[in-house]
Ligand binder design. Structure first.
Ligand SMILES: [Zn+2]
Length: 55
């Protein structure tokens, strides 16, 4: 999902709340923008691609 505070993507395994590893913001998963779902490996790849695209 994408952190609404710093705009970077991170992978969350569980439902509920997820803390952004970049800025420490607590993301509500029901509100966050999800860029990928399903296989954790696929989610991680999507996260890396998303963050590369920010530069
Ligand atoms: Zn963040």
């Amino acid at each position: 999902m994408v952190c609404p505070r710093c705009g970077r993507a991170s992978a969350a395994r569980r439902a509920g709340r997820h803390q952004c590893p970049y800025c420490g913001f607590l993301i509500d998963l029901s509100r966050a923008r999800v860029i990928a779902s399903g296989d954790y490996k696929a989610v991680r790849e999507a996260v890396v691609k998303y963050n590369e695209g920010l530069r």
